[in-house]
Design a protein around this ligand. Sequence first.
Ligand code: ADP
Ligand code: ZN
Ligand code: ZN
Length: 740
Amino acid sequence: MFAEVSFPISSYQTFSYKVPERLTKKITVGVRVKVPLGSRKVNGIVVGINNSSLFKGKIREIHDLIDDQQVLNNNLWSLIKWLSKYYNSPLGLAAKAVLPSNLSTKYKPKVETLVKALNVETFNGSLGKAQKNIYNHLQSLEDIVSVKTLSNMCSNPKDICNKLAEKGLVSLLDRPIIPNLSEFAFKSENKKITLTHAQNVALEKMVRSMDKNKFSPILLHGVTGSGKTEIYIEAARHAININKTVIILLPEISLTPQIAGRFRSAFGDDVALWHSKLSQGARAWTWKQICGGKFKVVIGARSAIFAPLKNVGLIVVDEEQESSYKQESPSPRYHARDVALMRGKLDKASVILASATPSMESYYNHLNSKYDYIHLKERFGGAKYPKVHIVDMIKEAEETELYGNIFSRLLLEKIEDRLSKKEQIILFHNRRGFAPVLRCEDCGEISMCPHCNIALTYHRIGKYLQCHFCNYTEKLIPSKCLSCQSFNISLSGTGTQKVEDELLNIFSNSRIKRVDADSVRSGINLTKILQEFHENKIDILLGTQMIAKGLDFPNATLVGIINGDTGLFLPDFRSSEKVFQLIYQASGRSGRGEIPGEVIVQTYSPDNPVIKSATKLNVEKYYNICLEERKALLYPPYSWMVKLEIRGKKINEVEESINKIKNKMVRPPKGISILGPALCYREKLRDYYRIQLILKSKKELDANGSKLHKYYKSILSKNILKEIPSKQRLIIDINPVSLL
Ligand code: ADP
Ligand code: ZN
Ligand code: ZN
């Protein structure tokens, strides 16, 4: 018996191994094995089993199995094969993306002991004072509680509870503490929910398709605050009732503790969290528990789509337009939304793509009747959508004769007003650091990262210049221009640290917190801050897009967007879509309670159609404009796209390689067009120059994209791949989300 084994390396080959007698019973496709490769022993995954081998040379033997249980089920295995094929990634790498890197650890989660009073009719024994106290306390509680929570009543609750248990007065239960769940899950409130009519209609659709055991994709387009999350919770309840399991994908779980908390309070220990911050041990443990059927619901960021649940009935992709669902690196460069649809097909599940601002792709698929469509147009409880004001910052500067002011008069006035009413304020600014540019006033020279073609950002806290791509840092701030020696250099532009400084100056009596990648990295606990904001212990929350989504704070009645234009003019076909979504989502944070909210968008381009429709909160109108543009230029969703990018340290060599590829594309099939080669917008990153070729294939002539796939694969023949020097990298990105 022979096994085909694939390795997590960037080669497209699999290798044949002999299966020793003692393992023949245990080896199946999808199992991991230890095998010799060259002079090393490496881990691989079995991708095929045969009775004979075509390989003529010496065939070596598998050393051992890595796992004592099957770590994949058949559907997940099919999904890996699909990933590998669709995203043009070696099987071993695709398997690596799916499986945790180390499955066989000795990790055991900590256990907590829970206690509950038993109903005892008569008790004749005697109790010490502390025992009596604790027992009475437990009797007064209805729920089972952790023994630890009793430590404020006595110094040794564990001993006392043990004694009470011996006497038959309480029962004790050990429960593993699920790794990291508490860290991200917000404290949850138990609130009584009765779905509204519109919510019920949506739920019914999901229930029906789950009952029918049929793959059904649904676009749930619901304004922020329309109760989408409540609907998923009920849909998940139904899935569990009919013995199915549930995957909930969130763009980034550490940013959305509230949603995790709501699921946790609805489903308790049936919920597992799956995210990048789990330790290796916790990851292995969780994976095995899921394989063993311990969890019914898995919530997590993009890789949670690979959770080894059996019989998945419901998959929710929350905020489905988010680009964090795309894995940029390493290969496979998959999009979790597309994987979710594929998995839904394999598992015959209902797949809910949910958003207040759907991606153009999903909206287009709805228009083409590929998805069922549910539209929730109103906020729950009739909460009004906020009133949005646009402030023209150019006019503002002219009228006040103050140039480069961060806050307009209107925004200041409104902040003042909210502070006096003890209402809360959220301010967005999508640039971290203090000032994005250090510029010479005489010759215009800008301090750049030596490794990337990107300006260094000045950070006031810690006083350093930093590249936001490679993290290159200069501790010594130059005092003169490196190019013309002038001392006339100055900081320009505004980052969150500068906004914070100004805020502290103007509103010195208020409680202000800044949330961005820097403050989170330097150890503030985001969940804690959000909880504090929720409890009204913070007046003004200032942050980057990190805080734009998914949060629900009823007392936040004012949202300010410091610069609505950020990102608007980036040369990417999706940049305006992103700006629209950010403004819309950020506005959705305002006025979620009974008091109506207001939003202020400061902009230097008040007439820009994107800004205009975003501030009118008019999704349909903007989507129509946007789709027209995409159609005219044949961009997705009207075409399939593949990006071929070469990276290398010598620009002329990179050019040479990309031209070799381009030269093979002499007469592409009808409907396929080629852009480039051209330098990427970020033309140099981490010392590597980047040149790209973009291939587009008109959907009208290529319904499922297979024509484009066939074409680019035919171009990238073995011969041409051989000609690309090994010190360069060819990156193949299927359906790229960014062309920057
Ligand atoms: P979305 O996910 O669409 O932004 P949420 O599910 O967060 O909306 O709902 C917004 C708020 O309204 C939440 O506080 C939620 O608990 C509440 N809510 C929504 N639907 C109901 C309902 N049927 N009954 C009670 N509260 C609800
Ligand atoms: Zn200069
Ligand atoms: Zn850099």
